[in-house]
Ligand binder design. Structure first.
Ligand SMILES: *[C@@H]1O[C@H](CO)[C@@H](O)[C@H](O)[C@H]1NC(C)=O
Ligand SMILES: *[C@@H]1O[C@H](CO)[C@@H](O)[C@H](O)[C@H]1NC(C)=O
Ligand SMILES: *[C@@H]1O[C@H](CO)[C@@H](O)[C@H](O)[C@H]1NC(C)=O
Ligand SMILES: *[C@@H]1O[C@H](CO)[C@@H](O)[C@H](O)[C@H]1NC(C)=O
Length: 448
């Protein structure tokens, strides 16, 4: 049962979103925005969708008993509640709200056009991951091949010229779950995990921005998980960066997460073993502790960033082992904390987020240790990390700080000063525009 307060807050939320669908001046006057002096090749049209494909889906937020009541994550256009009443930048953000967060930010994108024929790309404000809940956890679990069918019919039939102009090649959408969750082969019987949205030929031409892509190139591109940090101004971002730079790092390496308690060998287990057996010696390369584990089992960390951000601020390296999925939101939390990420396979980030974190620069801001070496060959992570000279560690941390603005989603309605710094949203939109541009060129060649 949704409480009265919840219902009220959702109603208010929907109202606010409706009111902001067409804000006046921000959109029509790009000159006001320092990042948008030129809209050439950057025009985006937002497709008008009936509310059953976005806002209506939110009103059922308490009705997925096998999932979670996600009503608490909706406030502030999907950023969630503030961590404290006086907090300006920190929210209890649930990453699965990225579809809302992105939608809200798109409404203040400086180069929107109401005329699809002028647009370089067409954004579909469809909350695909939320719509997937009824297939993943609800009554439609046996109909996963149908996810997206009704949506496609609408997109193709309503104003058919918009789709037909480029056969959908210029359309893009955000899906706030790993692509794996939408990749069940059509005709899998009995159905296994996931819906078949990304397996439907109808959507092959559409660019999907997901938080994790599949291992082989397909129609999706991975973009950062949202963290809990959404600064509204440049001053607040800069003061955070100063704090991160000043922070004393007393722990060599930290793992924030769960798992690794089963008997079978895996990387999380190796990390736990190594941490439990490491001695708290005095002053090892400026650190007091070798290793710390922040136990995030049972989701206790998910909406409580203080639990892991504080320890991350005090650690030099943050371990990012794969779990159920190769990628983790924690990777982005650690970058925010200036904690150098340690990866155990390329699928965790290197082969995913190349729009936001340049592939050729991984050696400058992260450490890579193949998980097989640790799990089966007895390589100790501590030894690898201890072997990195201090000056190099400091250089890597500076690089992390340099990249940080690119992986955070600033708050909607932020100051103009902050808008001069490209954030995760800006880079995702830029990437989508470029990808669509080259796709349209390819198609033109194919058909000429
Ligand atoms: C939301 O819940 C109502 C009633 O519980 C149901 O009739 C409706 O189909 C649901 N809507 C969606 C989009 O799941
Ligand atoms: C889905 O199919 C399985 C196996 O046929 C069945 O046991 C289950 O009750 C079905 N679930 C729903 C929600 O219809
Ligand atoms: C996708 O694009 C191809 C060619 O570029 C086209 O033949 C096909 O019909 C398009 N798919 C849809 C669903 O429009
Ligand atoms: C901890 O101390 C024991 C005994 O003093 C030593 O054998 C072991 O290698 C030490 N562990 C680490 C991680 O340094």
């Amino acid at each position: 049962m949704a409480s009265v307060a919840t219902v009220l807050s959702i109603t208010l939320f929907l109202l606010l979103l409706q009111l902001t669908i067409f804000p006046r001046n921000v959109l029509s006057n790009p000159d006001q925005d320092p990042t948008s002096t030129d809209c050439t090749d950057r025009w985006i049209h937002i497709r008008r969708l009936p509310p059953r494909f976005n806002l209506d889906l939110l009103s059922n937020c308490s009705q997925y008993p096998l999932f979670d009541n996600f009503c608490p994550y909706l406030p502030n256009h999907g950023l969630g509640q503030k961590t404290h009443t006086r907090s300006l930048s920190w929210f209890r953000t649930d990453p699965s709200m990225l579809e809302l967060i992105f939608h809200r930010r798109m409404l203040e994108y400086p180069c929107l056009t109401p005329d699809p024929s002028l647009a370089n790309a067409v954004y579909l404000p469809y909350y695909a991951g939320i719509d997937a809940l009824s297939y993943l956890y609800g009554p439609d679990v046996n109909a996963s091949a149908e996810h997206g069918v009704e949506f496609f019919d609408f997109v193709q039939d309503d104003n058919p010229g918009i789709w037909a102009r480029h056969a959908g090649h210029d359309h893009f959408l955000v899906m706030a779950r790993p692509a794996w969750d939408f990749s069940q082969p059509l005709g899998n019987d009995p159905p296994t995990w996931g819906t078949s949205f990304l397996e439907l030929p109808e959507f092959y031409n559409v660019t999907a921005l997901t938080v994790e892509a599949r291992a082989w190139p397909w129609q999706e591109q991975a973009i950062p998980y949202p963290t809990s940090f959404h600064p509204p101004s440049l001053a607040l971002l800069e003061s955070w960066i100063r704090r991160v730079r000043r922070s004393r790092r007393s722990t060599l390496m930290l793992f924030a997460g769960g798992g690794g308690v089963s008997a079978t060998p895996n990387i999380r287990r190796s990390i736990r073993d190594e941490c439990e057996n490491s001695n708290a010696t005095q002053n090892i390369g400026g650190h007091v502790k070798f290793c710390e584990v922040v136990d995030c089992s049972n989701g206790v960390c998910e909406h409580d960033p203080v639990r892991y951000m504080r320890p991350m601020l005090q650690a030099s390296f943050c371990l990012q082992p794969p779990g159920d999925t190769p990628t983790r939101r924690s990777t982005f939390d650690s970058l925010l904390a200036g904690c150098i990420p340690v990866f155990f396979e390329d699928l965790s980030a290197k082969s995913q987020y190349n729009w936001h974190l340049p592939e050729e620069e991984y050696g400058e801001f992260s450490v890579s240790i193949p998980k097989e070496e640790v799990v089966f060959k007895g390589l100790r992570i501590v030894d690898v990390l201890m072997g990195i000279p201090r000056t190099r560690v400091e250089k890597m941390r500076e690089k992390v700080l340099e990249l940080m603005p690119r992986i955070l989603y600033r708050r909607h309605g932020s100051s103009l000063g902050l808008r001069t710094q490209k954030d995760a949203f800006d880079i995702a939109v830029e990437g989508a525009l470029q990808r669509i541009k080259s796709r349209l060129k390819e198609v033109a060649v194919e058909t000429s």
